[in-house]
Design a binder for this molecule. Structure first.
Ligand SMILES: *Cc1c(COP(=O)(O)O)cnc(C)c1O
Length: 371
């Protein structure tokens, strides 16, 4: 029996053709023409004015956070249940992350919890959409407007997803994406920052490129980064972007197939098909084991590995991260849902290269484990 990887990208469109063009023309660095084309097309697909391509999603978050010009000690509310890139971007921008818990069913942060954490120091909210369903943005926007908070949106997992018909990535003062190979479209490593604000866009472009001053080169007023995306990456990105609609249809199909196959397994909680604002896009297909089953995610993942099925654990809560506790952060935080998700949640193969047979085999093995 062959091993079924948790994710494998699909590179069967114009990827090779565009990469060949890079090599044939010699344009392989960030100066090449695909970068601009990818930025413009991607930004337009989200209805945004400016796109800035960068070297990964973490870098996108870092530049985006810095571009908000927060002061030292300003607070940014964000979910505990997310990837560390979100919290590290806040800290590296000199601000303080303040955490909220997640919803047990959508796995997303909620406006009512954000409201409870607002203080006079709160300046921004980082809306991170998790796994396949967006944050309820109307509620979040209402709270942000009431308290004058900026919104930074991490839409890494929502490429092609919409909230009430509007593209994810169109909701933040500044919004970010990742093109890591498990995301809906990939550039190998890559990321994007979207905004309608010319100043933010300029700042992100400058931060991306070492904060070179216009005019005399090699003079700097500020320390930047080399976060540039190469033309090779953008070539891949463009070819992938052309297939996005098709990819989203397939992702939803994989999700619906798993839902159908696993619906009778009583000891697991499956992802929601959707909410009143979005249909699930199933970026990953997450499974949450019910406490009463007596099996932890770790045990289930081990059993599936023995059956040659790749899995990944859910995120580990930010308030439990040794690195942050050692900095004196989040010591008294309690976010029971995020702790539950990290202990009992894991996700199963759902990459774009997955075939139907592999989906059925994965579902069969899960049924055996939880019968
Ligand atoms: C993948 C991901 C990132 C980080 O992207 P990289 O390209 O791996 O740096 C950030 N936020 C979320 C929510 C992600 O899923």
């Amino acid at each position: 029996m062959e091993f079924i990887p948790v994710n494998e990208p699909l590179l069967t469109g114009n990827e090779k053709k565009y990469l060949d063009q890079c090599i044939d023309t010699g344009w392989i660095s960030s100066e090449g023409p695909f970068v601009k084309e990818f930025e413009e097309k991607f930004a337009a697909s989200c209805g945004r004015k400016y796109g800035t391509a960068v070297c990964n999603g973490t870098a996108a978050l870092e530049a985006a956070m810095i571009s908000l010009n927060l002061n030292k000690g300003d607070e940014v509310i964000m979910p505990s249940f997310t990837i560390i890139s979100c919290a590290s971007a806040v800290i590296r921008a000199g601000a303080v992350p303040v955490l909220v818990d997640s919803d047990r069913y959508t796995w997303n942060m909620k406006a009512e919890d954000i409201r409870k954490k607002i203080t006079s120091k709160t300046k921004a909210v980082m809306a991170v959409h998790i796994y396949g369903l967006p944050v309820d943005m109307d509620a979040l926007k209402e709270t942000a407007e009431e308290f004058g908070l900026k919104i930074i949106e991490d839409a890494a997992e929502m490429i092609g997803q919409t909230y009430k018909g509007k593209p994810c990535g169109s909701f933040g003062e500044v919004s970010t994406f990742s093109f890591y190979p498990n995301k809906h479209i990939t550039t190998g490593e890559g990321g994007m920052i979207l905004t309608d604000d010319e100043e933010i866009a300029e700042r992100c472009r400058s931060l991306r490129n070492l904060c070179f001053k216009p005019g005399r080169r090699f003079i700097h007023d500020e320390l930047g980064f080399n976060f540039r995306m190469t033309n090779l990456q953008a070539a891949l990105g463009l070819a992938q972007f052309e297939q996005l609609d098709k990819f989203i249809i397939r992702k939803r199909q994989i999700g619906e197939m798993y839902l159908r196959e696993l619906k009778d397994v009583k000891s697991i909680q499956l992802p929601l098909t959707g909410t009143d604002y979005s249909d699930n896009i199933f970026w990953v297909f997450g499974i949450l084991i019910k406490e009463e089953s007596g099996i932890s995610a770790e045990e289930a993942m081990k059993m599936l590995a023995e059956r040659k099925i790749g899995t990944r654990p859910f995120f580990y809560p930010m308030h439990k991260q040794p690195v942050f506790n050692n900095m004196g952060l989040f010591k008294n935080d309690l976010h029971p849902v995020s702790e539950y998700l990290s202990e009992y949640g894991f996700y199963i193969p759902s990459g774009l290269a997955l075939n139907d047979e592999q989906i059925f085999r994965t579902a069969e093995e899960i049924k055996k484990i939880f019968k």
